[in-house]
Design a protein around this ligand. Sequence first.
Ligand code: GLN
Ligand code: ZN
Length: 753
Amino acid sequence: MRISNLGYPRIGENRELKWLLEAYWEGKLEEEDFRKRVFQLEENHWRRQLALGVEILPVGDFSLYDHVLDMAFALGLIPQRFEPLEKEGSLKLYFALARGAEGIRACALKKWFDTNYHYLVPEWEKEPRLASNPYLEAFRRAKQALGVSGKPVLLGPFTLMKLSRGYKDWREALESLLSPYAALLEQLVEAGAEWVQIDEPALVLDLERPEIEAVEKVYNYLVENTKVRIMLQTYFGSLSCYPEVMRLPVAGVGLDLVSGRKHNLANLEHYGFPKDKVLGAGLVNGRNVWRTDIKAALELVKYLTSFVSPDRLWLQPSCSLLHLPVSVAGEKGLPPELKNALSFADERLKELRILKEALTRGEETVREEIEEASRARQALDAMPGRVVPAVRRRVSALGEEEFVRSVPFEERQQLQAEKLNLSPLPTTTIGSFPQTPTLRSIRARFRRGEISKQEYREFIRQEIARWIRIQEEIGLDVLVHGEFERSDMVEFFAAKLSGFALTANGWVQSYGSRCVKPPILYGDVWRRESLTVAETSYAQSLTSKPVKGILTGPVTMIKWSFVREDLEEEQIAYQIALALRDEIAELEKEGIRIIQVDEPAFREALPLKKRERPQYLLWSAQAFRLATAGVKPETQIHTHMCYADLEEVLPALEGMDPDVVSVEAARGGAELVEQLGRHGFRRGIGLGVFDVHSPYLPQEEEMERFLSRVLEVFPPDRLWVNPDCGLKTRKEEEAVEALRRMVAAARRLRARL
Ligand code: GLN
Ligand code: ZN
């Protein structure tokens, strides 16, 4: 029995990778120095894992930006438009794909399966070939630094193909990967790698017969042509083609026994497990933070040994630990019962070690650890705020009428048009404006208690006032207050709502250098104070234009937090929705006429398995309506989603019954326009006309061209003009200039209507 890890958080305990990346991009760190320091970080992570008892060490999972980009880059999948940069050196080119360059659009960012991690979408314009082998380099670095023969971790060809765009025929695309992958693996074998972990999370999706056959072909080929020992690793759910995968000539199969537990175990029981393979048993949760029930996990492993002999069993996390913060140790401010019930990446590895000790040396040797884990879980359940009877009563007393607006959409549309009196192609933004270094430092000082709440508030009010003037001067039609009081759209609300706790240092990589600090939802949620009323109504008092109130929706609050597992998500969503409902009623009373409830996580929360989708779509839409349906017909409800694929969310959008929807479109607008045309979408829609994540300024002509294409399929009175997301991360001058160009583009188009 051995302890294997699938991947370790790359960003670093104190976000070291973030600081290094930013220093390098800003030219404060030379390339050589940069490389030296990131490799040092990588090495520290290896040492930590070894010290925690990892026996099969992942190498190559560490990435300078993204592991999907790493594979695309290794295979030379570099779009034509980056050609001018090809002579600039591989690092510059690599980052250009991720972030764009002067006049060159970056590759699209997309959510990695149903997580909040974003990967870069590979674009197939060229035939794949082995251009470089970062996995080999990592393997060699580990060997040299630690004398350890690591297990290279790389993204599998099937998943790579599934996540890519730009090829004509998927079968041919997959076929074209065979020989470069074989060459890559061959190099690893030659360098002495005993095992290679090939990640194929796409094998948990619903697959068609031809896809399964293609997977069989790929792995037969790779094993035959390289003689490599492959651990075929699946995660994020149960394997959808269990018997076929078990027949593959690979040396091991990794199964997620946390999120895919039920079906994976049923398959194991039904089909058994092949004698010639290693089972990678994903026992501890790589996606959520609650301490493992060690006793139950022990029972599970014992049960597994009735299918596979202990020497063919690897104890593993359910997926890469990328999705967890590094360690609970640094958390000082959490209630002790809560802190004690948590397990981040390092603690997960410790749990694996306890399991192994118990199984190999006897449970008595770790009796105290096992008891402690049980006590911690019980103490969590008994925590104050875990169950609040008034909240439970309010949810169970909900009636039909609380979920429906008083007037259907068509009539509302009329009333709203009269009341708001906006010009066609109304311009607006998604909510946040740049947070200046001064603002960040004032917030940090406020948190340290160095300045008073009064002073902090006063500064926020000044920012709001300044930006109301800027927006009026730019000529936007619907203004926002700017979200300056929010460090983050989920954390801010979590801090004010009962039932959530915030960590001090629980950072998780979102993409590249960007991190999020998911709150921990451990108890029943309720609104003990107003959330946004003061700032929003202050902004409205400064202007005669409508100020749009901005809130974060229930699905996003859940999806971007670490959520309790003792209550159904649907129930949690209703609790959050009721808190928002009260907030919205108050905003409306204060004269706010437009309210946007952001649901950027709506799409990523969609279950990977189709059979689970209808239920999710039902409760999530109901939660949205519970939050918003209490308003007057003339109050306009907006929602904003990120990276929406309309096709997938359209039924849900109807179910949510919003008046206007804004979606990101700047990095892939053509498909959206086409979908819009096809579906005859009736609501208002704002298609992001520029990409807020690219560091380069958008061109006015480009925005205009995009909008006029949309106008061919969509009427101007329902088309909104906005950036594709909040502007929080942009520099102020950039945001202002981009918005000026956007308003100018809208005006030019209006003149032509
Ligand atoms: N209102 C939020 C903002 O503007 C929306 C962010 C998001 O969609 N991720 O920042
Ligand atoms: Zn967004």
